[in-house]
Design a protein. Structure first.
Length: 96
């Protein structure tokens, strides 16, 4: 028997359509309810948005990383006297 976490991963790796992914998620949620109670409820709440992954197989991970880097620069830039200084530091933070 495949562990639930592996089944969860397989949904993402093996599903090819939104409908197929949604059906597999629903089946997984029924099995996982007793173990992952609150997590399962969160997935149910956002199931449609989660299943949109199967349209292009992309996530917002890159954008989340960019936002986190900007937040870090903003925290480090506390005390900069002008927006131009913050802008220059942000642009420098993304130049490789």
């Amino acid at each position: 028997m495949t562990p639930l976490k592996e089944e969860f991963r397989n949904i993402y790796e093996l599903s090819t359509t939104v409908q197929e992914g949604k059906e597999k998620f629903k089946q997984w949620l029924l099995k996982a309810q007793s173990i992952y109670g609150k997590f399962v409820q969160t997935i149910r709440t956002h199931l449609l948005e989660i299943c949109n992954y199967f349209i292009n197989k992309t996530t917002s991970g890159v954008m989340e990383g960019i936002n986190n880097r900007i937040k870090l620069i903003k925290r480090q830039a506390y005390g900069f006297l002008s927006f131009d200084n913050f802008r220059a530091r942000t642009l420098a933070g993304f130049s490789d």
